[in-house]
Design a protein around this ligand. Structure first.
Ligand SMILES: Nc1ncnc2c1ncn2[C@@H]1O[C@H](COP(=O)(O)OP(=O)(O)OP(=O)(O)O)[C@@H](O)[C@H]1O
Length: 509
């Protein structure tokens, strides 16, 4: 008997020490439970009920008077606590094991460690630490199983923190943030979407006083943060099935550019091969605009190449990066259906010239302040060949799963860009995926919808100043050599990547 008591004491101590981390992680629940039991034991259930009633009434008044604060400090923390305890912690081990995310080593099962659950009204963000031997791709592969295991339809996986460190002036706080926001490769963020936060149309944003070319607000992300586009030095490709909402991306972008268009800092050129259906509503915003026939469109492309070349000559030896000024504005060329110029055009000569000019703009224009924003319905071969020259790509609803990787790049669908599963319902238009600069996982965005009336008003209030642009040369009679740019064959020609050479050469076949 005397030997059993020390043994039991030893066992109890081990159990206590082992459960300390669990108790610490659940300190709020444990404290509340201990308090409740103590109150009940000391004063009976009536006092406990009174306390609960007073607490409930206080929260009710708080909610009524200061709802955002109440949500932030009471409702969402309580929801997070509840979800953590009764949804994630309860089924964690089982779910991780059946989703094959638990690793066995030395006859011990290493389960990913659940660190934190943070809820918004629409999503649960679960932070975990991976066991050794895993990387975030394992979680991307298991995302669908994880979602259904925890009663959601969508689970997004992020290998990095989604929010940026706050901008602080205090040095001490900055130091703390540097530690808090340090790179932690073994952490993975799972975001379970309980209800779609993007199901409501996002109204057009107010036009800013001044355009910030580094952050043009275009829509709202799934975490309800504004999606902003850094336009400087990037070309943008927008791909989406018919009626997917490509127009809302284009018009949101133009809306964000409007003050700069009016001041002349940005010169917007438009090509609308679909007969002016999309862009003509805001005709006054464009310094140059072609929609009726193809030859002037091609001439316009070539003219822009000329503008770019002249600027290149002016910049030579002075600066490497173009900064927009009123004398040297940023040229933004918007092409509504790029396929009409590079693939559907019957006239081979015109098509070759259009391709060559576009290739030139795409390879050299970004650093020279000549940008291309192109939209298309169909990611077919000719567009995919150009894809890599568009650093920013936006994929709205697409018809086929394999189109996703064609537009956003290899592996994008596996990392969560489910463009083929986006709803075609009219109420769900204008939703798409974008790849942000700071992380590999695509982000779902709903683009702001600019109504026809808003476009008309904007066109009147922010009309482009009248500038005397050079008249477009009528191209019909021009007989230029088919291939202007032939790296390797013309030693003095600019060097073009292989894919672009193939793209230009495809005409010769
Ligand atoms: N962001 C949005 N939010 C809500 N509804 C939208 C949004 N964008 C578009 N829509 C709706 O979808 C319709 C089609 O949009 P839009 O013309 O922009 O599509 P599209 O992809 O440009 O079509 P197409 O390929 O035919 O040119 C619009 O008339 C509008 O009713």
């Amino acid at each position: 008997m005397w030997i059993v008591i020390p043994y039991l004491l030893f066992k109890a101590t081990v159990l206590l020490v082992r459960s300390l981390p669990v108790l610490w992680r659940n300190r709020t629940s444990v404290t509340l439970a201990v308090l409740a039991v103590w109150l009940w034991h000391r004063n009976g259930w009536e006092i406990l009920a009174l306390f609960a009633g007073v607490a409930g009434a206080t929260v009710g008044v708080w909610w009524w008077r200061w709802r955002p604060w109440c949500e932030r400090f009471v409702v969402l923390p309580v929801l997070s606590w509840w979800q953590r305890l009764f949804v994630y912690q309860l089924h964690w081990r089982e779910a991780m094991t059946v989703c094959r995310l638990a690793e066995r080593f030395d006859s011990k099962l290493n389960v990913p460690k659940l660190l934190r659950v943070r809820c918004t009204y629409a999503t649960d963000e679960v932070l975990l630490r991976m066991p050794r031997g895993q990387n975030p791709d394992d979680y991307h592969a298991a995302a669908a199983n994880l979602a259904y295991s925890f009663g959601a339809r969508i689970c997004r996986v992020y290998s990095g923190r989604r929010e940026q460190p706050p901008a602080r002036t205090n040095r001490l706080l900055r130091l703390v943030d540097r530690f808090r926001y340090r790179d932690r490769p073994r952490l993975v963020w799972l975001v379970f979407v309980r209800r779609d936060p993007l199901r409501r149309t996002v109204p057009a944003f107010d036009i800013p006083d001044a355009t910030d070319l580094e952050a043009l607000p275009l829509g709202v992300r799934e975490d309800l943060v504004r999606y902003v586009l850094r336009l400087l030095a990037t070309h943008v490709l927008i791909v989406g099935a018919t009626r997917a909402g490509k127009g809302s991306v284009q018009w949101s972008l133009i809306r964000a550019l409007a003050p700069a268009i009016r001041s002349g800092l940005v010169r917007l050129w438009g090509i609308d091969p679909k007969g002016g259906v999309e862009l003509s509503l805001g005709r006054q915003l464009f310094s140059r605009y072609e929609y009726a026939t193809v030859p002037p469109m091609v001439a316009m492309l070539e003219e822009l190449v000329e503008v770019m070349r002249e600027r290149q000559a002016r910049m030579q030896g002075k600066t490497r990066v173009h900064t927009p000024t009123l004398d040297e504005p940023l040229y933004v060329l918007m092409v509504d259906e790029i396929l009409a110029l590079v693939a559907l055009l019957q006239d081979v000569d015109l098509r070759t010239r259009a391709k060559a000019a576009l290739a030139m703009l795409l390879t050299q224009g970004a650093g020279l302040g000549v940008l291309v924003i192109a939209a298309t319905q169909d990611p077919r071969k000719e567009v995919v060949e150009l894809r890599d020259f568009f650093p920013t790509r936006i994929a709205l609803r697409l018809n086929e799963p394999n189109h996703v990787d064609l537009v956003l790049g290899q592996g994008s669908r596996a990392r969560g860009a489910l463009c083929d599963q986006l709803s075609a319902r009219p109420s769900m238009r204008g939703i798409g995926y974008v790849v942000l600069d700071d992380r590999p996982e695509p982000e779902r965005v709903r683009f702001a919808y600019v109504t026809d009336d808003e476009i008309r008003d904007m066109a009147v209030m922010y009309a482009a100043p009248v500038v005397v642009e050079r008249p477009a040369a009528v191209p019909e009679q021009r007989r230029e050599p088919r291939h202007v740019y032939k790296p390797g064959r013309h030693a003095q020609g600019p060097l073009l990547p292989d894919s672009l050479t193939n793209f230009l050469d495809s005409e010769a076949a």
